[in-house]
Design a protein around this ligand. Structure first.
Ligand SMILES: *Cc1c(COP(=O)(O)O)cnc(C)c1O
Length: 395
């Protein structure tokens, strides 16, 4: 595909912060100063106090803004800090239409914190545009989309939801953590605010917690800058540097992990002990066409169901290569148990309503050899089989 000026992978490296203007350093300098001397009592410089702005964080904010096609980026101390600060764009009495299988932390924020401040919400299946329309109220001020969603990998039509939002003068927020701007650009599809847990694919090495936001409208940029400074949940400079370093390899990491994810998803699909595989790269995925039209790939996260919780317990205790952990988007494959990890903040009844069963596992595919991973999964599945046989024979 033709790119305007430079393609994405080139822009990861050749951007405004490719080198330090003062020294030619090819890595962004880490500026630890919390405050900056002012040379003129009437005219302060660009930097005055590091919560408001500092050069290292600014470099990351510039880079993510360019990659997402926005006008301004913002770096926060975590994905949840980015999401929570973006929610502060709302006021008491406002209403949010939100995707039902949203990240557990976002669920907690909207149900247990924002409600105390008089911000209402309606959870819906965002893949159904009729439900989206019916959820709109006179006070709807925001639509909150996560696509593909976590952990069921449902795909929402960003353009269609943004269009509905515009018709009622509401903002569209998109959590782009799972696909990243390497594969999906929500601002180009009509969204107003893109949010990230940069803890995941953007940094990619399980060594930093960070969040980002990007907007494409100058007015909104001003409001979010004010909130970032007021709330103060900014990203530290060491962490900003780690995200900048991780970003340089985003394209190759995601490309490789995505290839393996497709192979592994197919492999799991062919296993009799795997009841169901959720992967938006499958042609029979219910929203395959929407994904194809709005993203350049299906990403490296998939989920699968085993027979029951006992099978999950056996699989998890026998699998050797992936780490069994919270999180996703790292160089190492991460196997998670949504019911007890990412979605533990959601009561079981709410989880089950959303199809997040106790027999569901999520896999974020890393950079290991995919044959090694499949061999490992085979042996772990085999052990479930053996347990079953022992059980059936009544031993
Ligand atoms: C991890 C995650 C978050 C929260 O980010 P933190 O960096 O952990 O605060 C939000 N959304 C999605 C989709 C995530 O995976």
């Amino acid at each position: 595909m033709a790119c305007e000026e430079y393609c994405f992978e080139t822009r990861l490296l050749h951007n405004k912060h490719k080198m330090d203007a003062a020294t030619g350093a090819v890595s962004v300098p880490i500026q630890h100063a919390s405050t900056f001397h002012q040379f003129d009592i009437d005219q302060f410089g660009k930097f005055d106090y590091a919560r408001s702005l500092n050069p290292t964080r600014e470099a990351l904010e510039d880079v993510i803004s360019e990659l997402e096609g926005g006008v301004k980026g913002f770096a926060f101390s975590s994905g949840m800090a980015a999401i929570s600060t973006a929610f502060l764009l709302l006021s008491a009495g406002d209403h949010v239409v939100i995707t039902e299988d949203v990240y557990g932390g976002t669920y907690r924020m909207i149900t247990q914190v924002l409600t105390r401040f008089g911000i209402e919400h309606t959870f819906i299946d965002m893949t159904d545009l009729d439900q989206v329309k019916h959820a709109i109220k006179p006070n709807t001020k925001a639509f909150y989309v996560e696509t593909p969603s976590n952990p069921l990998l449902k795909v929402t039509d960003i353009q269609a939801v943004s269009q509905l939002a515009k018709e009622v003068n509401a903002l569209t927020f998109v959590d782009n953590t799972i696909l990243t701007p390497a594969l999906q650009k929500p601002l180009e599809l009509g969204a107003d605010v893109v949010l990230h847990s940069a803890t995941k694919f953007l940094s990619g090495h399980s060594d930093v917690v960070a969040g980002l936001a990007v907007v494409k409208d100058e007015g909104l940029a001003g409001r979010l800058a004010f909130l970032q400074n007021s709330f103060g949940a900014v990203l530290g400079v060491q962490d900003a540097w780690l995200v900048l370093r991780g970003l340089k390899t985003l394209h190759v990491r995601l490309d490789q992990s995505q290839k393996s994810a497709f192979t592994i998803a197919q492999f799991l699909q062919s296993q009799p002990l795997v009841e169901k595989v959720y992967y938006p790269g499958f042609e029979n995925h219910p929203q395959y066409d929407i994904l194809q039209s709005q993203a350049n790939g299906a990403g490296a996260v998939l989920s699968f169901e085993l027979a029951d919780e006992a099978a999950v317990r056996s699989f998890v205790s026998n699998v050797k290569i992936p780490v069994f952990a919270v999180s996703l988007g790292a160089v190492e494959s991460i196997l998670s148990y949504p019911a007890k990890m990412s979605h533990a903040a959601m009561p079981q009844a709410e989880r089950e309503k959303r199809g997040i069963k106790n027999s569901l596992l999520r896999l974020s595919v890393g950079l290991e050899n995919s044959d090694d991973l499949m061999k490992d999964f085979s042996q772990a599945l085999e052990q479930i089989n053996q347990k079953r046989l022992v059980f059936e024979r009544g031993e």
